[in-house]
Design a protein around this ligand. Structure first.
Ligand SMILES: NC(=O)c1ccc[n+]([C@@H]2O[C@H](COP(=O)([O-])OP(=O)(O)OC[C@H]3O[C@@H](n4cnc5c(N)ncnc54)[C@H](OP(=O)(O)O)[C@@H]3O)[C@@H](O)[C@H]2O)c1
Length: 248
């Protein structure tokens, strides 16, 4: 379709966490919409699997652990100026509040919160985010919808929500937009780390008003919207995609 406002034709888009789940689906959908993708993550084998799933384009793969200074330096040094970034890398291990300690705090904050801050700052300092670009950070409904054993994860995503709003304001002068996506439970590897049985997961999925968990592509399609000209007047917001669970 000519003049499709959702097209990403020719845009250069970086996807973190591209070796799995939402990041992989986002890479695939963005390539389907005509973008040239830079996939990044730590696991080269799974990154290559993602590369093999992409529609034809000028795609690149950069292996990096973005919780380290050297990883961020390696990534930001090895990409050309970007039209879009989707930060999907993240972890979620469940702990009752009384079992949280400094090591767990550091590990979870390092990837969920500090890495987007320091990675984006590095791209900005190196002038590698083009005027008119769009940045999308994966938050979570957990940031304002309470569930047991989720205090640490929820707090990292609450910090991301605040980052989105301030960054959107600071980068508006360069016409760079910054938005978030807050998914409910989506069927990825992350869900397997929750230690729930199949029956428990099945019951939980049925409690969602739309009767099921999300698929990675449901989130990826929102990322496409936020990266595209269709959302050119949208900045500083956070879109809930949750099958209706937070209506309760
Ligand atoms: N799934 C859900 O139900 C859900 C709900 C709400 C929000 N979210 C958010 O959505 C995002 C994507 O989650 P997902 O479900 O797709 O998870 P996933 O399938 O477990 O994928 C997580 C990704 O993060 C990357 N990653 C982890 N640590 C990293 C590090 N130190 N450096 C670089 N990459 C790292 C992993 O890549 P490597 O292993 O290759 O490093 C992997 O590609 C996360 O931010 C998550 O919090 C997910």
């Amino acid at each position: 379709m000519e003049n499709n406002p959702f097209s990403l034709k020719g845009k250069k888009i970086l996807v973190t966490g591209a070796s799995s789940g939402i990041g992989r689906a986002t890479s695939v959908q963005c390539a389907n919409m005509g973008a040239n993708i830079i996939v990044t993550g730590r696991n080269n084998e799974r990154l290559q699997e993602t590369m093999n799933m992409l529609a034809i384009g000028e795609h690149h793969c950069v292996e990096a652990d973005i919780t380290t200074d050297s990883g961020i330096f390696h990534l930001t040094d090895n990409v050309e100026a970007l039209d879009g970034i989707v930060h999907c890398a993240g972890i979620n291990t469940k702990f009752l509040f009384k079992f949280i300690d400094m090591e767990k705090i550091n590990t979870m904050y390092a990837i969920n919160c500090f890495s987007p801050m320091l990675m984006l700052q590095s791209f900005i300092k190196k002038k590698k985010i083009n005027k008119g670009a769009s940045i999308v950070l994966l938050s979570s409904i957990s940031s304002n919808y309470a569930t047991v054993s989720n205090a640490l994860y929820a707090s990292t995503k609450g910090a991301v929500n605040s980052l989105i709003r301030v960054l959107a304001l600071e980068l508006s002068a360069a016409k760079i937009r910054v938005n978030g996506i807050m998914p409910g439970m989506v069927k990825t590897e992350m869900m397997k780390s929750y230690g729930m049985t199949d029956d428990e997961l099945d019951n939980l999925s049925k409690s969602y008003p739309l009767g099921k968990f999300g698929e990675p592509v449901d989130i990826a399609n929102c990322a496409v919207y936020l990266l595209s000209e269709a959302s050119c007047w949208v900045t500083g917001t956070n879109i809930v995609i949750d099958g209706g669970i937070t209506l309760r």
